[in-house]
Design a protein around this ligand. Structure first.
Ligand code: SF4
Length: 279
């Protein structure tokens, strides 16, 4: 048994999954070629035609009350201007510029701002959805059970957490761990773009559907898209993106198929960053 697979087996056993049977690992999907993978996102399926039928009268739907408008503050601490974000020369300066942000409704309810952490020049960058309860308490991304699993997933491909960079689409916890709204994600996305520009990763692994939708612009189900190389243009660079499941999903759906899929996705990302430099 080779070292990464042994580490993965240890991960499973640490999480209480006993009797793990080694099965042959399928070849990683969509092996990267010399150039940035160019698989275009599949076209959206055409809407199904519904045959005309007798007219059915429905009761009018109740109109939900309009959400209370959130007015972001006008000052540069509560709402850092894009020029200040773009001018941040490094991650420390960027964090200082945006850590007081109140530009969307998630800001006032956070306990801690969760900027992101890791090697400022990491080749491999993970992007998740947003902070949960543990992250909000600690001010760090991916702590708690999902974070522990992410650490083990990283270990299984022969890296340490601190050799990667980990960030989220939104820096403040959505209430009740709900998915950030498109407006909230949009308000925060400039910060993530600047983080990516400064880290300059060779590969981004998106964790779950939200970063794939908000960062890469792909709204298809993660189950269908995971394992297929995508790409994103940030700061004039085209960066390969490997979509995979969020560790919290892996914990909920602890099947061998899901674990094997994540293993294959991370292995493909690792192989991409380990490929010989082009001459
Ligand atoms: S989630 Fe992002 S945009 Fe919203 S307040 Fe927090 S840092 Fe600002």
């Amino acid at each position: 048994m080779d070292e990464p697979l042994r580490a993965w087996r240890d991960t499973l056993e640490d999480l209480g999954v006993m009797g793990f049977v080694r099965e042959p690992v399928e070849p990683a999907q969509a092996q990267p070629q010399a150039a940035v993978p160019s698989s275009a996102p599949p076209a959206r399926p055409a809407p199904a035609r519904v045959p005309a039928g007798p007219e059915v009268k429905r009761a009018p739907r109740p109109v939900p009350p309009a959400p209370s408008a959130y007015a972001p503050p006008a000052d540069p601490i509560g709402c850092p201007p894009p020029e200040a974000v773009a001018a941040a020369p490094d991650l420390t300066a960027l964090q200082q510029a945006i850590q007081g942000c109140l530009a969307c409704p998630l800001g006032p309810s956070r306990l801690k701002f969760v900027f992101g952490e890791g090697d400022p020049h990491a080749k491999l960058m993970f992007v998740g959805e947003g902070p949960g309860r543990d992250e909000d308490l600690q001010g760090r991304p991916f702590v708690g059970k999902a974070g522990e699993l992410l650490d083990k997933m990283i270990g299984a491909i022969g890296l340490k957490r601190e050799e990667t960079y980990i960030a989220n689409v939104v820096k403040c916890r959505p209430p009740d761990n709900r998915t950030p709204t498109p407006d909230e994600a949009c308000a925060c996305l400039g910060y993530l773009h600047r983080q990516i520009e400064l880290v300059r990763p060779a590969v981004i692994v998106t964790l779950g559907a939200t970063p794939l939708r908000e960062l890469v612009g792909i709204s298809e189900g993660i189950t269908r898209v995971r394992g297929q190389w995508k790409r994103v243009q940030v700061g004039g660079r085209e960066i390969p993106v490997m979509p995979t499941f969020h560790p919290a999903y892996v914990l909920r759906q602890y099947t061998q198929d899901v674990r094997r899929a994540v293993w294959a996705d991370l292995k493909a990302a690792k192989e991409w960053i380990d490929r010989p430099a082009e001459g």
